[in-house]
Design a protein around this ligand. Structure first.
Ligand SMILES: Nc1ncnc2c1ncn2[C@@H]1O[C@H](COP(=O)(O)OP(=O)(O)OP(=O)(O)O)[C@@H](O)[C@H]1O
Ligand SMILES: [Mg+2]
Length: 271
């Protein structure tokens, strides 16, 4: 067993939102430890609270009860020096070039121009876009835009990278190749990553650890490691086993969720 101290600790965390017919419990007593350098994929049925949990870890919203720690320090708001987030939508500034988009967060932090330039170039190279630094977002493909948003997050040189279905809008081929690039980057930079996905194959291919959430209100119902080497192959017995394990949870949780939804307020239907 490893003895690496956790970078992220989610301790007894619950979250309730106010909905039209009272409080809606979305996360229920979630617990999760993420060790330094881990690549954790977070899966669970739609609407179970994955984004809510990720946004709480990132300090964008606060838990109703329970505590989240990053490096033993309680998260009470965003920690831009330690945590960067990548969302499903690359949300680049259309009037800024690729290079200037990657530099943006560094500008906000007051990083001097020469360092901004060199850092942006370094990370654009890492995601294979150095030749496109002077292009505008509308001039590159969706997959390339998503790489820019990954470079933008990496350029902040955060200890922790939180990614919410970053490749969800892409076709399967782009998804697989970006996933492979991301694992390369992760191995080179040693970041701690939490990555939300709907794809069991993606979850198994990328992760050192898989966290499975129950149907809403979500809690972590399974957490296991995958030790297979990279590059990984879908037919590797350990990958097959991991996908079966995830599938059995998701199948059961989806049935539970369908039962809950059939009696739920329409306002609470997951997005
Ligand atoms: N700000 C909010 N106010 C009220 N309810 C919310 C809010 N944000 C999310 N919810 C509800 O909380 C539940 C969980 O949402 P969340 O986005 O965390 O789920 P998810 O697991 O990320 O879903 P998906 O897989 O579809 O992305 C949903 O029912 C959603 O409608
Ligand atoms: Mg979500």
């Amino acid at each position: 067993m490893h003895c690496v101290p956790p970078v992220i600790r989610v301790v007894d965390v619950s979250k309730e939102y106010m909905a039209s017919k009272g409080a809606l419990k979305v996360v229920d007593d979630a617990n999760l430890d993420v060790e330094k350098g881990a690549f954790v994929t977070l899966i669970g049925p739609s609407g179970c609270g994955k984004s809510t949990l990720l946004n709480m870890i990132g300090g964008l919203i606060s838990p109703t009860t329970g505590t989240i720690y990053i490096d033993d320090e309680e998260v009470k708001g965003p920690k831009p020096d330690k945590i960067a987030m990548v969302f499903q939508d690359p949300s680049l500034y259309p009037w800024r070039t690729v290079q200037k988009n990657v530099e943006f967060g560094l500008e906000v932090r007051g990083v001097p121009q020469s360092e901004r330039k060199s850092r942006a170039s370094k990370y654009l190279k890492l995601v294979g876009l150095e030749a496109f630094s002077h292009y505008y977002p509308t001039q590159i493909s969706g997959g390339m835009q998503q790489r820019v948003s990954v470079a933008r997050a990496l350029a902040l040189e955060p200890e922790v990278l939180l990614m919410d279905e970053p490749f969800g809008a892409l076709d399967e081929q782009s998804r697989i190749s970006l996933g492979a690039e991301l694992t390369e980057i992760w191995r080179k930079t040693g970041k701690t990553i939490v990555f939300v996905t709907h794809s069991l194959l993606e979850a198994a291919n990328l992760a050192t650890h898989v966290a499975v959430m129950s149907a809403r209100p979500g809690s972590i119902i399974d957490f296991f490691s995958i030790e297979a080497e990279w590059p990984r192959f879908p037919e590797d017995p350990e990958i097959v086993e991991a996908r079966k394990r995830m599938w059995s949870h998701i199948n059961l949780q989806s049935i539970k969720q369908a039962e809950t939804l059939s009696t739920a307020d329409n306002d609470n239907v997951p997005r």
